[in-house]
Structures are given as structure tokens and as C-alpha cells.
Design a protein around this ligand. Structure first.
Ligand code: DGY
Length: 383
């Protein structure tokens, strides 16, 4: 691997941090430089292979910022440990590409970037919901192909969302933000499934209903489903926001799809393997009025055979968090994770991470997933 493909910032820094793909914005590099790091950034066009990452780590490396497309397994963490490394941060909130137990065994702190991409990803899920419900992909392809001859009363009739039931699978930060946007922006009812009730989300709906009823408008309903199956049967549109783990792989399979209404909409902005993509292709073929909108895929960047030929699907290339603000924020959080661990600062341990986007950042690591397992110090409640 040619060294010309690496951009070096702060060459005299005492600690060595490698970054496996250049990131947006400048603030993140300033944070690492201010923490005394020499930052080596891979700028080549292709993704680094595990061997190339190992070469990049070399014999001395204190920390790494890596990508969700890289499998951070035992062998990479051992290479990092062998090079004296202390910390790895994913440039993502999702961490299904990381063997967290292996990292912990190697004594490597693992960071991720929650909070800053919540709104961006929820907004994309809303956009995909509308695109699928209103058949935007089909309509645009029709127009671009020169097939549009005139206005017609029945051209691309779709589903109006107001008053419909939207099912939200996984009501964590992103799922709850999506639910709020759908309630408030489109006045849909929300049926959510999550392991625990979400009182904040339900309180939001109650407050919004006070506003709606004061205006003589119909209130919305927001309630938790007992089971995913109930949600699938009842919802007109289902949006998936659950993390990928062994419990959620193929959560939506052929049987689940068969429970859904024949003209329902399925949106996935979480992780591809949560949906059995081959089963989805078969379902969309059998039910032309069913619609799916996907941002994520089982074997990215490959698509299941037949998926791209379907008229009733909208497909975008994993761009949920792709806004300038979110992606720069993710870079800042990843840099803060690495810098804080390397200078020995404690872990933030709180949901709100906005403080890290300000100029006077807290001296802490915003989000370390194995902080407890590694016994890392936490920021004290009163700090
Ligand atoms: C994440 O952060 O996990 C997202 O998938 C990146 O867009």
C-alpha cells in the first residue's frame, strides 16, 4: 500500500492516530492535533482491506478512527493492541461491524457517534416514507424516460399518510425522532414496538394532542404494540429503527411480510440484514401495491437479485446520516472519543452530546461502548 495515499497532519505529534477514510470538516483534525496526535488519514479511492489496515497500524499506533464498512474483529484489535493502541472509534452510531468482546479482551476502548445523526437519519426515513407512499421513484423514472404524455386523473395514485397508522420498530433516539416527525408533520397515529415503553414519546403525543384539540383537530394516537406481529398487521407503514444483532437479523422475514397489509409501505434505514432481502423481493413481486423504501442492504453495496428491477421499491445508497452537519458532528465525536482516551479524560456517560459541538468542549470521551467493562472513569454527575 503506497504511503502517498496517506495525508499527515501534525507530523510531530507524540501519539499516532490513523484514520481509515478522510472525514468531512476540519474541527475533528484540530481536536486530535490539540491532543498531541500525529494524524495519518487514508485518502485512497478504495476501502482499505484488513491487511492494509494492519499495515496502516504498523508497529506503533495509539488510536484509530474506522468505518462501518470495516470488520473490526479479534485480529485487527490484536494488531492495534500489539502496536500499543488504546482506542478505536467507529465513524458511526451503529457498531455491528465491531467485535466488542474482542476489543475489550485487548483492552481497547471502543467509541461510536450517537446523537448527532438522529435528526438526519429520521428525516431520511420520513423522506423515504413519503417517496414510497407517493411513488416518487416510479413517477420520476416515468417522466425521465419521456413516457409522460398528459395529466391524468389516475396517474401514480398513492397513499395519503394523514390519519394512517405508522408502525415504528425500535423507538430509540432515531425511531422516536421519526415517530415525532410523522405525528407532528403528517398527523399519523404511531404504533411502536420496543422492549420497554417510551414515556417521553407518549408524553410528546399527549402535549401535541392538547394543541390539536385546542384547534378542534382530531388527536393522534401513540401507543406501544405488545408484539412486532401486532404492529405488522395493523400498520399502514412500517419503519425499522432497531440495531442489528443476533436477535434482529432477519427480524422481517417472509412470514412477517405476509402479515402486512397488501398495500403497506416498509422503510428500512437501520441495517440491511434486519430484513430478509430475498423474501422482500419475492413479496414485492407478488404484491405490486406493496411498497418498500431502503437505505440499507444485506450485502452492501450489492443488492439482492431482482431488487433493482422492481417498480415498487425506492432505493438509496446508505445516506441516512448524510448531511453536512451530521457527518461533521460524527467526525467531531469520533475525534473526541480518541483524543479523550489518549489523554486519560473520563467518559461522558450521558445521552446529550451537543456540548461536544461547541468550541469549549467538555474534557471527556462522548461515547465509549465498553467503558464499564474496561473500568474507565466516568464524568461525575455534578461535573
Ligand atoms: C450509522 O452511524 O450507524 C449510520 O448507519 C451511518 O449513516
Amino acid at each position: 500500500m503506497s504511503r502517498d495515499r496517506w495525508r499527515i497532519v501534525n507530523p510531530r505529534g507524540e501519539k499516532r492516530v490513523i484514520v481509515t477514510r478522510d472525514l468531512p470538516g476540519d474541527r475533528w483534525v484540530e481536536i486530535l492535533s490539540a491532543a498531541g496526535c500525529r494524524v495519518e488519514i487514508f485518502t485512497g479511492p478504495a476501502a482499505l482491506s484488513p491487511d492494509e489496515i494492519r499495515q496502516g497500524i504498523g508497529s506503533r499506533c495509539d488510536g484509530v478512527i474506522g468505518q462501518l464498512v470495516e470488520a473490526w474483529n479479534e485480529s485487527l484489535f490484536q494488531a492495534l493492541q500489539g502496536a500499543g493502541g488504546k482506542v478505536y472509534s467507529n465513524y458511526a452510531v451503529g457498531f455491528n461491524n465491531i467485535d466488542l468482546a474482542a476489543a475489550t479482551r485487548c483492552g481497547i476502548a471502543v467509541g461510536n457517534t450517537p446523537g448527532v445523526l438522529t435528526e438526519a437519519t429520521a428525516e431520511l426515513a420520513v423522506a423515504l416514507t413519503l417517496a414510497a407512499a407517493r411513488r416518487l421513484g416510479e413517477a420520476e423514472r416515468h417522466l425521465r424516460a419521456g413516457k409522460w404524455k398528459r395529466w391524468l386523473p389516475q396517474l401514480f395514485l398513492g397513499t395519503q399518510l394523514r390519519g394512517k397508522t405508522v408502525g415504528v420498530i425500535g423507538a430509540g433516539r432515531i425511531g422516536a425522532a421519526y415517530a415525532r416527525m410523522m405525528m407532528e408533520g403528517h398527523k399519523t397515529d404511531i404504533l411502536y414496538f420496543s422492549l420497554r415503553p417510551k414515556p417521553d414519546l407518549e408524553a410528546f403525543a399527549d402535549a401535541y394532542n392538547r394543541f390539536l384539540t385546542a384547534r378542534q383537530e382530531l388527536p393522534v394516537v401513540c401507543r406501544r404494540a405488545e408484539a412486532v406481529e401486532d404492529l405488522l398487521r395493523e400498520a399502514d407503514c412500517v419503519s425499522i429503527h432497531t440495531p442489528l444483532d443476533e436477535g434482529t437479523r432477519h427480524l422481517i422475514d417472509a412470514e412477517c411480510l405476509a402479515l402486512m397489509k397488501p398495500d403497506a409501505v416498509l422503510v428500512n434505514t437501520s441495517r440491511g440484514p434486519v430484513v430478509d432481502e430475498a423474501a422482500l423481493v419475492a413479496h414485492c413481486r407478488r404484491h405490486p401495491r406493496f411498497r418498500a423504501a431502503l437505505d440499507v442492504y444485506e450485502e452492501e453495496p450489492a443488492l439482492a437479485p431482482g431488487l433493482a428491477d422492481l417498480e415498487n421499491v425506492v432505493l438509496v445508497p446508505h445516506i441516512g446520516s448524510a448531511t453536512h452537519w451530521a457527518r461533521e458532528g460524527m467526525a467531531i465525536l469520533a475525534a473526541c472519543n480518541v483524543a479523550a482516551v489518549l489523554v486519560g479524560n473520563p467518559v461522558w456517560n450521558r445521552a446529550a452530546v451537543d456540548a461536544f459541538l461547541r468550541a469549549d468542549q467538555p474534557p471527556a470521551a462522548p461515547s465509549i461502548l465498553n467503558a464499564e467493562a474496561l473500568n474507565l472513569p466516568l464524568v461525575k454527575a455534578a461535573d
